[in-house]
Design a protein around this ligand. Structure first.
Ligand SMILES: [Zn+2]
Length: 231
């Protein structure tokens, strides 16, 4: 009888606790670092099978020789790392003194993600705006959190929600906005082959949603950022 794979054992553990493990979900609490390297071994074998089924001569084609392992490592360590790595540490600093910062903060973060449907790249920029609450996190943490959310199989609409939720959790801010514009390999490399596809999604909460002046200030800031660093 063949031994149960580690992937199967972890899947059963997640199923046992009712843990959802969709492409956009983080499952870091279900695996250790050692598990990850064992899973890379298992995924390598699985990718070898895929290459064999695609009738690619991975034994003699020098460019395809290490491809199965490269793919396995890339999925776990890079393009889907946000599923397996724990939430980035974002130490919050108090913002509760007399002269506390009460203005709007807008951070621009580059994103690399991929669509869950076709595993094609999604490349874009997230603009994250908050009205500072009682705590603040380091500026680089906004990007780290956004990239951690992005490094999974996602839908841009869900990614926008995920980033908003995580930023809300890390900063305690109730007034926030996330605007993403991204290009989808899914539309460019296949299907409609549209080379200038650009998709925009927005999540607005609190004053960003309810107060027209705050909403306008956010999008004015996004525009300023775009003028400063056009893409
Ligand atoms: Zn797709």
């Amino acid at each position: 009888m063949s031994e149960k794979s580690l992937a199967q054992a972890i899947r059963e553990r997640m199923q046992g606790t009712g843990k959802r493990f969709w492409a956009g979900d983080n499952i870091s609490e279900y695996l250790t670092k050692e598990d990850k390297s064992k899973l890379i071994d298992e995924a390598t074998t699985a990718f070898e099978n895929v290459l064999d089924t695609l009738l690619i001569d991975r034994h003699n084609d020098p460019n395809s020789k290490g491809t199965a392992r490269r793919l396995a490592k890339m999925y776990f360590n890079e393009i889907m790392a946000g599923r397996y790595d724990p939430r980035p540490d974002a130490t919050a600093f108090p913002n509760d003194s007399q002269d506390r910062y009460q203005g709007m903060l807008v951070v621009r973060s580059e994103l690399h993600s991929m669509c869950s449907h076709h595993h094609q790249p999604v490349v874009g920029i997230a603009y994250i705006g908050i009205i500072a609450a009682e705590k603040l996190i380091g500026l680089s943490k906004y990007s780290r959190i956004a990239q951690w959310c992005a490094r999974r199989g996602t839908l841009q609409e869900e990614l926008c929600n995920d980033i908003a939720r995580e930023i809300e959790m890390a900063t305690g801010a109730k007034d926030l906005g996330v605007y993403i514009q991204a290009q989808h390999g899914c539309c460019e490399n296949r299907g409609i082959m549209a080379h200038s596809s650009l998709t925009q999604t927005t999540v607005l909460k609190g004053a960003f949603k309810d107060d027209p002046a705050t909403k306008k200030e956010f999008f004015d800031n996004v525009k300023l950022q775009q003028d400063f660093a056009p893409r």
